[in-house]
Design a protein around this ligand. Structure first.
Ligand SMILES: Nc1ncnc2c1ncn2[C@@H]1O[C@H](COP(=O)(O)OP(=O)(O)OP(=O)(O)O)[C@@H](O)[C@H]1O
Ligand SMILES: [Mg+2]
Length: 287
């Protein structure tokens, strides 16, 4: 049975998509059967995993996306003019990872997902239901969420065992955290049969200034907030490196990105080990 983890923070630009992409590649490289799900109409995860060029082709070919999960039908494609009944298998892009033996699959997104936001009634459990049918085919399912709270966040909660919270250490980084705590607690209160926990907070330095004095103060404030709520904080910080945006452009794992520094790869690897440990995936299978 797969463990499902949502990357969530109501604050934008903290590295949810970057970490979802790189964790997906890293889990794949460790022979974990991995599914990445793009739950953001911006579709950055889809582009980063497939590469922007392949993503454009997917749109041109009218391939079904995560929207079909919420709308419950597959849109008409070339050669057929009427919508077909929904089947989760039809929205999965198989073997979307980077290395030759990849077991990384992807459910991509597209801008039309915003239609679900406009007509959300009764759709919040459809993702969980769809994923439950394929849980046994994966070890890890990663959901990349948009920064705003919506039906898609609720859908992610219903589908997830854990929430992974990237935080960018900067002025006022703590502000979103009580909001997130309240959102998760409200969900737990209304869904007592569903276990949802924060597996940890990871500091991601998505800009270089966050490693300066202001960043250090912010780290302390976030740690204090985490302690109060009994949230785990990962020891390894993901440092600032221009290789992360480059990896998204190149569609590569961080370690295969051109001119990446060894320290950046090694440090990300440390974070991966900590993360897998925190969600109970400590013993990766050997090839
Ligand atoms: N550790 C890092 N070092 C350098 N740049 C980074 C790092 N992490 C993220 N970035 C860059 O910061 C920007 C925001 O990151 P990302 O898109 O992953 O954040 P997000 O939380 O998913 O944003 P959104 O809320 O809009 O979905 C991107 O341009 C990304 O390439
Ligand atoms: Mg994002």
């Amino acid at each position: 049975m797969a463990v499902t983890v949502s990357l969530i923070n109501m604050k934008g630009g903290v590295g949810k998509t970057t970490l979802a992409t790189q964790l997906a590649h890293a889990a794949d490289r460790r022979n974990l059967r991995t599914l990445a799900v793009d739950l953001d109409p911006q579709s950055n995860l889809s582009q980063a995993i497939l590469s922007p060029e392949k993503y454009v082709k997917l749109l041109k070919d009218k391939k079904p996306t995560v929207s079909a999960v919420f709308e419950n039908y597959l849109p008409p494609s070339d050669g057929s003019d009427s919508p077909k009944p929904f089947n989760i298998k039809d929205v999965i892009i198989k073997k979307a990872g980077y290395w030759s033996k990849t077991n990384l699959d992807l459910i991509p997104s597209r801008l039309e997902l915003s239609h679900t936001l406009k007509n959300p009634t009764g759709k919040e459990r459809r993702l969980a239901k769809a994923l439950s049918k394929i849980q046994e085919q994966y070890d890890l399912i990663l959901l990349d969420c948009a920064p705003t709270e919506s039906i898609l966040t609720e859908a992610a909660y219903h589908a997830s065992r854990y929430a992974l919270v990237p935080v960018k250490p900067e002025f006022m980084a703590t502000i979103g955290l009580p909001l997130l705590a309240r959102s998760i607690n409200e969900f737990k209160y209304e869904n007592t049969d569903h276990a949802l926990d924060i597996c940890g907070i990871v500091f991601n330095h998505s800009s270089s200034y966050s490693e300066g004095p202001e960043g250090k103060t912010s780290v302390k404030e976030v740690q204090k907030e985490a302690k109060k709520n009994e949230w785990h904080v990962y020891e390894t910080h993901v440092r600032y490196s221009a290789s992360y945006p480059k990896a998204a452009r190149e569609g590569t794992p961080i370690g295969s990105t051109s001119y990446v520094r060894y320290e950046v790869t090694a440090e990300f690897s440390n974070f991966v080990e900590e993360f897998l440990d925190s969600v109970g995936l400590t013993k990766p299978k050997t090839p």
